[in-house]
Design a protein around this ligand. Structure first.
Ligand code: AP5
Ligand code: MG
Length: 220
């Protein structure tokens, strides 16, 4: 199962990618998490990405596309994967389509998590993330079991630097201008599956299960 999760910053891509990854035992590939992990390790990629991320801008394609396409060649992607935060503009989407079609493959669904900006801003204020494994929490809707400690790996749960109000506004603007066109791109290919991400986490999961259950049903 090859999935893309599309949606604005804060739409719930990370939250639901993590759930789907555990449920279907396929890797979650989050470009944001990859950049943040590189930054923690102080790699040249992490340091280059930081200057863009801190401003709410996209990291240039030349630092992003090959990184993801190489990752998709690894053994753990044989049974599929969930792309979270990639592609993020038309160039990236076209490069992905081309790389897959060279191997006679295509994605199954580009799942579009739809949500209003008002709800996004509220959720981003409460968002906290594990600085070690990237798991996403929310002080209101999904707090860690022990305050400040990750349920999965015991890492510290902190606020993301780019979740300050001003940077969130910039990220939303960049989303509207550069990322939204990929929604139409996948719609025109008949790949878009729309889900109302303004609902509770459980309700969104139910819809995801229905969508992907149907897919499995067709295959069997
Ligand atoms: P990235 O890390 O991908 O950030 P983003 O797209 O802005 O999305 P977020 O991670 O902020 O939100 P999300 O949709 O994952 O929501 P979440 O599940 O956390 O990218 C960061 C930066 O890296 C970019 O700005 C860019 O610079 C760079 N970058 C990354 N990929 C790139 C690429 N391909 N090309 C170029 N640059 C790239 O949920 C949000 C909050 O809401 C959480 O607190 C969660 O608990 C809560 N929540 C979620 N769902 C619900 C619900 N149903 N009910 C209540 N609360 C909920
Ligand atoms: Mg995320």
């Amino acid at each position: 199962m090859k999935l893309i999760l599309m949606g604005a910053p804060g739409a719930g891509k990370g939250t639901h990618a993590r759930y789907l990854s555990e449920k279907y035992q396929i890797p979650q590939i989050s470009t944001g998490d990859i950049f943040r992990a590189n930054l923690r390790e102080g790699t040249p990629l992490g340091l280059k990405a930081k200057s863009y991320m801190d401003q709410g801008l996209l990291v240039p394609d030349e630092l992003t596309t090959d990184l993801v396409l190489d990752r998709l060649q690894q053994e753990d992607c044989e049974n599929g994967y969930i792309l979270d935060g990639f592609p993020r503009n038309l160039n990236q989407a076209e490069a992905l389509t081309q790389a897959l079609s060279d191997r006679g493959e295509e994605i199954d669904f580009a799942i579009h998590l739809e949500i209003s900006e008002e709800v996004i801003i509220r959720r981003m204020e409460g968002r906290r993330v594990c600085e070690k494994c990237g798991a996403s929490y929310n002080l209101v809707s999904l707090p860690p079991l022990t305050p400040g400690i990750c349920d999965f790996c015991g890492g510290a749960v902190v606020q993301r630097k780019d979740d300050e109000a001003e940077t969130v506004r910039k990220r939303l603007e960049v989303y509207r201008e550069q990322t939204e066109p990929i929604v139409r791109y996948y719609r025109e290919q008949g790949k878009e599956a729309r889900i109302d991400s303004g609902q509770s986490i459980e309700a969104v999961r139910e819809e995801l299960k229905q969508l992907l259950g149907e897919k499995d049903g067709h295959q069997n």
